[in-house]
Ligand binder design. Sequence first.
Ligand code: ADP
Length: 182
Amino acid sequence: MVIVLFGAPGVGKGTQAEILAEKLGIAHMSTGAAFRSAIQAQTPVGILAQSFVSQGKLVPDDVVAKIVEEFLAKPEFAKGCILDGFPRTRAQAEELDRMLSASGRTIDHVVNINVDDETIITRLLQRGRQDDQEDVIRHRLEIYTNETAPLLDFYGKKGTLTSVHGVGSVDEVNERILAVLS
Ligand code: ADP
């Protein structure tokens, strides 16, 4: 099973991806977390990504594709996976389809988690990660609206998209997502 968790920064994709991976017994990948650890380790990808991540910009598609391809090739991803934070552009979505079809796979579910902007900003300011300052958060939300949200239409037309309400307890939101997957 291949699941894409979709939604703006701060809607809880990472939290839900971790719980779902545990419950469903499949691997998960957060491109944001992958970039943060690459930056920490100062790998070539990390060095390329760091200025984009710190400014809340999208890392270029070719760099993202490289990191995703590495993950998808790992044996633990063969059974299925949960993708968090990828794809974020039309080019990435098309690249993902190509990578999956190379191993005879397709996306089973795209789950869009909906949270209003003001709740997102409050949550992210509380989280306080390095890229969680208000101006950077607003920039990330703007990029989400302009470059990532149009994918809702792309996946809507493919018939794989379901939206869930992302305000509530972690457990409540998790139940809503599990209901979509069953
Ligand atoms: P958030 O969802 O709160 O923005 P993430 O951990 O998903 O946090 O992403 C952090 C940063 O990593 C993004 O602002 C961006 O710079 C980079 N990033 C993550 N995923 C992608 C992607 N698919 N394409 C381009 N950049 C990405």
